[in-house]
Design a protein around this ligand. Structure first.
Ligand code: C5P
Length: 222
């Protein structure tokens, strides 16, 4: 059995990280959350009072940032150098600014390079927006995960409540739609379904059903 590259892309809050983690566990693969990397750069830039549209300043700040993932329970932990930023990068201020950082071509180049290195040996599930189109164009398995905006807002709302963040549902849906719009219309590596990606609509599905669907697709490829 070979160690495949599995790319999972899709709009915000479609359930990518939840299912990617479970799929990785089932196959004994590594899970890489590329959204966390864009979030880490956003957090780092905000901490250093860098203007988020200033590409040169952001990339300069990135030189002192090392992003690493460590196993944790229930979530994988994300570190900026020695600092655990797992919770900080999910705060609304980072979430609502991340698309600005993600539109900077040089930032994408640097993170894409890092992501390819991590995926090199295979045995990896990587989720994001441009994994199947740009980061791993030769991935053996490509999934494009979608759900209706209303359903995604509902899921994000429930997730937020668990974390003690209270944002009105309608506001969440508006933020999700705005972020998708920015991610889909940017010039470099916009969010789009790769021609060879399989579309999975999770709106009516449970997490287990989505994981089972993707696991079947992977088994057919192995
Ligand atoms: O997946 P998550 O919602 O955490 O991603 C946060 C943001 O990072 C996205 O809205 C997008 O702007 C950016 N991103 C990206 N390319 C990726 C992963 C995330 O542009 N591969």
């Amino acid at each position: 059995k070979q160690a495949l590259q599995v790319a999972i892309d899709g709009p915000a809050s479609a359930g990518k990280s939840t299912v990617a983690k479970l799929v990785a566990k089932q196959f004994g693969y590594i899970y890489v959350d590329t959204g966390a990397m864009y979030r880490a750069v956003t957090y780092w830039s905000m901490q250093h009072n860098v203007e988020l549209t200033d590409e040169a300043a952001v990339t300069a700040a990135m030189q002192s940032l090392k992003i690493t993932f460590k196993p944790g329970d229930p979530d994988q932990l994300v570190f900026a150098n020695q600092e655990d930023i797992t919770t900080a990068i999910r705060q609304p201020d980072v979430t609502n600014n991340v698309s600005t950082i993600a539109a900077l071509p040089r930032v994408r180049e640097i993170l894409t390079e890092h992501q390819r290195t991590m995926a090199d040996a295979g045995g990896i599930v990587m989720d994001g927006r441009d994994i199947g189109t740009t980061v791993l164009p030769h991935a053996e398995v490509k999934i494009f995960l979608v759900a209706s905006a209303a359903e995604r807002a509902k899921r994000r709302y429930a997730e937020n409540i668990q974390k003690g963040i209270e944002t009105p549902l309608a506001q969440l849906q508006a933020e999700i739609e705005l972020r998708d719009h920015k991610d889909s219309t940017r010039k470099v590596s916009p969010l789009t379904q790769a021609p060879d990606a399989i579309l999975v609509d999770t709106t009516p599905l449970s997490i287990d059903e989505v994981v089972a669907t993707i696991a079947e697709i992977i088994k057919k490829q192995s």
